[in-house]
Design a protein around this ligand. Structure first.
Ligand SMILES: [Zn+2]
Length: 166
């Protein structure tokens, strides 16, 4: 179980020896979108970060808010593809190539979130079609009490749930 605490960063272990870290500022932002209200709609956005090859660490250090034009309902959030790509390109240029597109986040109105069939299909198509430097992409779901992270491999298209490092 991966409880959210705004003041701390979260670290996850990948099976290939890499570590993923989500910075505290990102967790704080995502928490502000928690679907705790009864009629609150899903939120979704993009994850950005930096890949450190030497230390085999991926740091998720930025997340977008809801991208204007996203289609949202109680159980769905769909971001517009073109606007999202513009944002990805802008951040990449601004940061001189250090802030990369790393994946997607969205909220669920459940305590401890698991991906729906539609989520898995979306993630699969993102693994197939997105252009980015990272070989692996991250998919994060923010529940009302817990946050869960999955990694997808762009070569094999496999998706794996990640365990929180103690
Ligand atoms: Zn979902």
């Amino acid at each position: 179980m991966q409880s959210m605490q705004a003041s701390d960063s979260m670290k996850f272990q990948e099976s290939n020896g890499w570590t993923v870290e989500i910075e505290a500022s990102v967790i704080e932002l995502l928490q502000s979108y928690k679907q705790s209200g009864r009629c609150q709609r899903e939120s979704c956005g993009i994850l950005f970060g930096t890949i450190y090859e030497k230390s085999k660490t991926t740091v998720i250090n930025r997340a977008s808010g809801i991208i204007p034009g996203s289609k949202r309902s109680r159980h769905r959030c769909h971001r517009p593809r073109k606007k999202a790509q513009e944002l990805v390109n802008m951040l990449w240029e601004e940061s001189k190539g250090t802030v990369n597109y790393l994946g997607e986040w969205h909220t669920h109105p459940e305590r401890n979130p698991t991906p729906s069939g539609i989520d898995l299909k979306n993630w699969d198509s993102i693994l197939k079609w997105v252009t980015t430097d990272s070989e692996r992409l991250y998919f994060l779901i923010v529940g009302t009490d817990f946050l869960q992270l999955w990694v997808g491999d762009r070569k094999t298209k496999s998706i794996q749930h990640l365990e929180l490092l103690a």
